[in-house]
Design a protein around this ligand. Structure first.
Ligand code: DQA
Length: 140
């Protein structure tokens, strides 16, 4: 099983950024733990603060991956282009948000991605990525 994790803007700041919301762990540390936990799964990780680069990565992820775990971060709520990119690929996508976006500002309640994804995991902290991997490993 080959899975691609794609993280959007400001998620490179995890560990430093608003730790009361996002926790104090860097994504790199967390990703090493994921690799250690899911040894049978080939995990790749990509982060960008640039909308077009995220779109291009999703296009690339249409070949050679069994699933994509996408945290579009702020672009989730603003980017028609990111939503169109998810719609344009056949690889199944699970949308993840670390925080419970519905318990936050109203502008975080709408997602341009959700209509096109296999499922959504919101508000379980970084554990949400574990849950998404476990879902891809489950047989339908
Ligand atoms: C986020 C929630 C978004 O509203 C926010 O812009 C982020 C992170 C989350 O994982 O909780 O950057 O996607």
């Amino acid at each position: 099983m080959k899975l691609l994790i794609v993280n959007g803007p400001n998620l490179n700041m995890l560990g430093k950024r608003e730790p009361e919301i996002y926790g104090s762990q860097t994504f790199e540390d967390y990703f090493s733990k994921l690799q250690f936990k899911f040894t049978e799964t080939e995990l790749s990780y990509y982060q960008s603060n640039i909308e077009g680069d995220l779109i291009s990565k999703l296009h690339e992820g249409d070949e050679g991956f069994d699933g994509i775990i996408l945290n579009g971060a702020a672009y989730t709520h603003t980017s028609v282009g990111l939503g169109d990119a998810v719609a344009s690929i056949n690889t199944p996508v699970i949308e993840v948000h670390i925080s419970n976006t519905f318990a936050r500002e109203e502008f975080r309640h709408h997602s341009y991605l959700s209509k096109y994804v296999k499922g959504i995991i919101i508000g379980f902290g970084l554990k949400g990525y574990d849950l998404a991997i476990e879902n891809f490993l489950m047989r339908d």
